[in-house]
Design a protein around this ligand. Sequence first.
Ligand code: SF4
Length: 372
Amino acid sequence: MLPKKSIDKIVESTSDHSVDGLFFSKKILAWYRSQERPLPWRVLWAKHRDPWHIWVSEIMLQQTLIKSVIPVYERFLTQFPSWAALAQAPQEDVRLAVRGLGYYRRFDLLHKACRQLHFENKTLPTSHEAWLEMPGIGPYTAAAIASITLNLPHGVVDGNVERVFCRLLDIRTEPNLPALKKQFKKEMDDICHMGSPGDVNQAVMELGQTICTPSNPLCEKCPLQQICCAYSASSQALAPAAKTKQAPIDVKLRLEIIHADNRAELYLRPDDATFLKGTWGFPTYRLHGTSWRSDGKSTHGPSPANRKSIGSIKHSITKHRITADVLVSAARKSSKASPIRQMAFKDVEKNLVSNLDRKAWNLFLKANQSKN
Ligand code: SF4
């Protein structure tokens, strides 16, 4: 990484430059309208003009790839066709409907926002500021929803937008420096003011996802080639510089699958659990120094000793890199506190919200199969 002084210098010098907004707007909109992918939320918006379809998509797309979102999005909207329907659903149904997507707090907040609207007899926000006041909506999501559904000129800046602008201006520092973010936000706001803000935002992101990709950008197909400084300087591989990655935090867990007579037990993780609070899954223990303790207040009885291990799984949750031993044991009679559900093996998978539990369950099924 460059020393801070050099970075400040580069950022300072780039703030004198800006892209040719008019050219940008004209070219990118023409490109987008001929190339736009028919993603489900775009198709639904074009047909119904219902902000609910965009709101759900923007929440699901946070930190999540489009290809992972699509099947869940379709299933979710079948189950909850309106925000009023979501407001009236129990939290558990909401969690199950988004199983596997991760970052479940965002869906708790979506649920909370819908409940606020429904039970306080409110209507959907009609301004950028009002969207910003909704639970779970930050500046990026508010700008995306307001630009697409209300045609308001608020630009979005995500990793794709940062990369495109760094290349247009041949900026060779990390792309997410606060001063650059501020500059790119202003550029995007200005371009959005020239018209069709929803399409402009989606177009720049689409360009970053499909043409101006992190490696080997397809410059020959790019509508902005004429104004791209990195293209002129052949410096696409240098602009922007790679982001400094945060070192992952290694965590050791144990998941215990308690079963008997082709039935297994699921526990509701407590609210003070470090991982996956409020989800149904397998009793989870975390290694603290040399002792294993329940993750969250003790809910599953004694920490397992002398249980049989059937192997280990790996999983990441935000910055945590988890290695979890999967233990099996016979159903216990007494378990403290936490709600428990016993269910037939065939029903377990569809009641698991997290991929961590699902990986443990698949390992268990494999081990069971090879035993039989
Ligand atoms: S010309 Fe190439 S580097 Fe420049 S914006 Fe287009 S795809 Fe990105």
